[in-house]
Write a new protein. Structure first.
Length: 134
């Protein structure tokens, strides 16, 4: 699920880099260009009934946070617009069986530490997997 969303963002927002959470320190210390960071916040898997006695369906639900970083000299409006673009690109899409069930508007207020400005967009996705019963 994570990789599907990340690959979509990389394609949709190229040439803007899309990095993982564990790459943030390097990006903030050495980067000078805007980028997106994707982070998995929560994941669960549960059995859901689909009415098929030959198998069961497992539903994987994942909450992600996509954060848009821009150098602080640029206005916070740039980061907010980028987060809005992420929301608009993902909202109610289905990508390789991964359904986006929610893409929230950018959080209220930007974080600005004097070097970077950041806005985040929360994204909820789910995927069903059918598992046959022998």
């Amino acid at each position: 699920v994570y990789d599907t969303i990340k690959a979509f963002l990389q394609t949709q927002f190229a040439p803007l880099p899309v990095i993982d959470y564990d790459q943030i320190d390097t990006a903030l210390e050495h980067g000078t260009d805007p980028f997106l960071m994707i982070e998995e916040i929560f994941e669960t898997e549960s059995q859901v009934a689909i009415g098929d006695p030959s198998g069961i369906c497992l539903r994987e639900e994942v909450d992600l946070l996509v954060q848009c970083f821009v150098p602080a000299p640029e206005s916070s409006d740039v980061a907010r617009r980028q987060a809005e673009a992420v929301k608009d690109a993902l909202r109610f899409r289905t990508l390789s069986g991964v359904r986006v069930t929610n893409a929230s508007p950018p959080e209220a207020g930007a974080m600005n530490d004097g070097l970077w400005t950041r806005y985040g967009c929360a994204v909820s996705v789910e995927r069903d997997t059918h598992i046959p019963i022998p």
